[in-house]
Write a protein that binds this ligand. Structure first.
Ligand code: TMP
Length: 266
């Protein structure tokens, strides 16, 4: 195997130098952490599933016009992505009260919020990712006001799309975290969706039973995290009961086929 230059190792992923300038390889690990990595563990097969789920979601988001860093999946645990300058914010979108907002505001877990809420946290484990306002973001220059407009508009579109996608498979999208990055073209930059979207950074509840199908199983020692991640992949059509990859409709293939049949007949 050829040696690749490692650019960065995070808690759940490793970034390697990509084959062309401006690209990176994103490797998904099975490592799971919680509470700023004070709790550590492994969820067997998580990297493989998150790579696949993230590919699925990012591909579909691209189809509805959301710009993302995703280029293509390379193998079971790796995907090729565009290199971005990460904006140091965790963008959290909430539809239903759960997790830190319940503690902070005394809400009951499971209470639907009056409307979708976006929160911003500074990406800094040493400071425990503190909640920050748009005033802080502008004041300290983490992102410009223009970038924040794009970020909040994209976050809402991602939420609308994902809430529908999960509702169709009987999963309630309670909340999720996304990250954005800047790409530069000369002196101009634009913001695109980066990182990953997977059960690591989403709260996903079964609609009928309320069962948690996400990393809260690990955070709260509920057990069954492997099965929960597999269940999400299965319902999305990405994994079959026997563990082999699922036959989800490949929209690109579909378009190619349609293109063929639409050619004028001689
Ligand atoms: P919270 O309720 O703990 O603030 O989490 C909100 C959402 O963000 C939840 O879906 C889990 C996700 N999340 C991350 O992806 N990374 C983190 O470090 C934290 C704290 C939450």
């Amino acid at each position: 195997m050829t040696r690749r230059r490692q650019i960065y190792e995070g808690k759940a992923k490793i970034l390697y130098e990509g084959p062309e300038p401006g690209t990176l390889i994103q490797y998904f690990k099975d490592d799971a952490t919680a509470f700023d990595a004070t709790k550590r563990g492994t969820i067997n097969g998580k990297g493989v599933i998150n790579n696949r789920i993230s590919e699925h979601v990012f591909t579909r988001l691209t189809h509805i016009g959301i710009p993302t860093h995703f280029i293509r999946r390379l193998n079971m645990r790796e995907q090729l992505v565009r290199q971005v300058e990460i904006i140091p914010l965790e963008v959290i979108v909430r539809n239903v009260a759960a997790g830190s907002i319940c503690k902070r505001l005394g809400l009951e877990e499971g209470e639907p919020l009056p409307h979708t809420l976006i929160e911003y946290c500074l990406k800094d484990d040493a400071l425990h990712d503190p909640l920050v306002t748009e005033e802080h973001i502008a004041c300290f220059g983490w992102a410009t006001n223009e970038e924040m407009q794009d970020i909040s508009a994209m976050a809402i579109r991602v939420n609308d799309f994902m809430a529908g996608m999960f509702a169709a498979i009987n999963i309630r999208l309670v909340d999720f975290k996304i990250e954005f990055g800047r790409i530069w073209d000369g002196d101009f930059s634009r913001v695109i969706l980066a990182d990953e979207i997977s059960p690591d950074g989403c709260r996903l509840w079964d609609m009928a039973t309320g069962e948690k199908l996400d990393k809260d199983r690990f955070r709260r020692d509920l057990g069954g995290e492997e099965e929960a991640y597999q269940e999400v992949a299965k319902r999305l059509g990405l994994l079959q009961d026997d563990g082999t990859p699922g036959e989800v409709l490949d929209l690109t293939a579909h378009r190619k086929l349609r293109g063929k049949s639409e050619k004028p007949k001689k």
